[in-house]
Design a binder for this molecule. Structure first.
Ligand code: HEM
Length: 413
């Protein structure tokens, strides 16, 4: 999901002590655009653990694991209830009014109602259930590899990382595969950080239109897919409304595409720069699940945000009702109080990374995300010879709520 759309504040709010002000623009910070995760590491070293940035409408930014855990475990004070996909496709972080655009379920609802909305997703996205998609993921991965293998090069983003999760989403949601090309194009635009906000808003409306058509088709006739299952779930003695169904579909769409695209891409970039690790994983694929966790730690993707519902002091910082609090999950993975030698890739670390967050909203798609990555790496490492970054074309990055790569040219052979 993307950055706040607000302006830089002229004046720092009175309750913010000057020593806690640190200028950091999560969309345009030049060091972020040079190397997003290097910037996360520098924030741990240079900025206060909880700081206030005047950019993007003004918000607190939390970079340490313990403070993020404390905030996510206290939804009564630190609420999600303003989160929605605006027609612009942006979080309306600085708005004080409830969101006008699309409702997002279950992410835009606080406990106890959240529990009711989350329950229908737990079972279909549990590890056991998503295991049924493994063959399909493997087939899709191999089809994509077939298209680039002989060329000895590819742009990993457009050739592999973008198409894979979109195709999978369509399968999961039961969308007609004859719309694959159209939907893939829209999904790539909606999740691409290079498309401007107005164009994205348009794309977003069209996606919502297609999702709405799928829901209507399943209302007429159930199939073996997630939309059909969700239509029949019990929400406190009734079935979800059409609006609620759209809320689920949009969250699954936004939650499951850009995140996986970038997690795969940052992981592959790491391997392209570490031939030794690449060889080790190629020789012993049983190391992959551990390696994937460590890559997920080193390359956190999504950050998230909470709104303060009543004045509170946390880790010595005074928060006021209405303040926005960004939880910089990719930075928390470099917190040296939580992770010894945080900059090193260490297979078999015990500490749990923060990439999927903690608390009631912890990613419900994490089993599917891990499965996609595992199957992808198994096939890619088996079939593609040792690969490296194209020396002529370095990767390009993007900031925002999701740390992103926009281009990743690779060569091999
Ligand atoms: C590597 C890939 C992924 C990352 C890094 C990621 C990250 C996250 C994070 C950080 C949250 C918590 C947000 C918050 O606390 O406000 C979240 C929630 C969520 N994610 Fe993921 N996600 C990934 C993949 C997926 C996939 C594949 C799906 C779809 C199947 C998905 C669906 C969701 C949903 C529906 C929520 C909301 C859960 C709730 O509110 O209870 N995610 N994700």
């Amino acid at each position: 999901m993307s950055s706040f759309s607000g302006q830089k504040l002229d004046k720092i709010p009175a309750h913010v002590p000057p020593e806690l002000v640190y200028e950091y623009d999560n969309a345009r910070d030049p060091r972020l655009l040079e190397d997003p995760h290097a910037r996360m590491r520098s924030l741990i070293k240079e900025a206060p653990p909880i700081f206030f940035t005047p950019f993007n409408g003004g918000s607190w930014v939390v970079t340490r694991k313990k403070a993020i855990v404390d905030i996510t475990m206290n939804p009564e004070v630190y609420s999600n209830s303003f989160i929605g996909a605006a027609a612009s496709g942006e979080h309306s972080g600085e708005n004080k009014e409830p969101q006008q655009g699309f409702m997002m379920l279950p992410i835009g609802v606080d406990p106890p109602r959240h529990t009711m909305y989350r329950a229908p997703l737990n079972q279909p996205l549990a590890a056991k259930s998503v295991a049924g998609l493994e063959t399909a993921i493997r087939t899709m991965t191999n089809e994509l590899i077939d298209q680039v293998l002989g060329a000895g090069r590819c742009d990993f983003l457009s050739d592999i990382a973008e198409p894979l999760p979109v195709t999978l989403f369509m399968k999961l949601a039961g969308m007609p595969t004859n719309r694959l090309a159209e939907f893939r194009h829209l999904a790539t635009q909606a999740t691409s950080s290079t498309v401007d906000a107005a164009a994205r808003a348009e794309v977003f409306k069209r996606i919502a239109g297609i999702l709405a058509e799928s829901i209507k088709a399943r209302q007429e006739k159930r199939e073996d897919d997630l939309i059909s299952r969700l239509l029949d779930v019990n929400l406190d003695g009734r079935h979800p409304t059409f609006h609620e169904m759209l809320g689920y579909s949009i969250t699954l769409f936004l939650g499951g595409l850009e995140t996986v695209v970038n997690a795969l891409s940052f992981g592959v970039r790491h391997l392209a720069r570490d031939q030794e690790l690449q060889a080790k994983l190629r020789a012993d694929p049983s190391l992959l699940p551990g390696a994937i966790e460590e890559l997920l730690r080193l390359y956190g993707i999504a950050s998230t945000v909470r709104r303060v519902m009543r004045d509170d002091v946390l880790h010595g910082v005074q928060f006021k009702q209405g303040d926005m609090v960004s939880l910089l999950l990719p930075a928390a993975n470099y917190d040296d109080e939580a992770f010894p030698n945080p900059e090193q890739f260490i297979l078999g670390r015990k500490e749990q990374h923060q990439t999927f967050n903690t608390g009631p909203h912890r990613c419900v798609g994490l089993h599917l995300a891990r499965l996609e990555m595992k199957v992808f790496y198994e096939e890619w490492l088996k079939r593609v010879p040792p690969f490296r970054l194209d020396p002529q074309a370095p990767p390009k990055f993007m900031g925002g709520f999701n740390l992103a790569i926009t281009s990743l040219p690779l060569v091999w052979g």
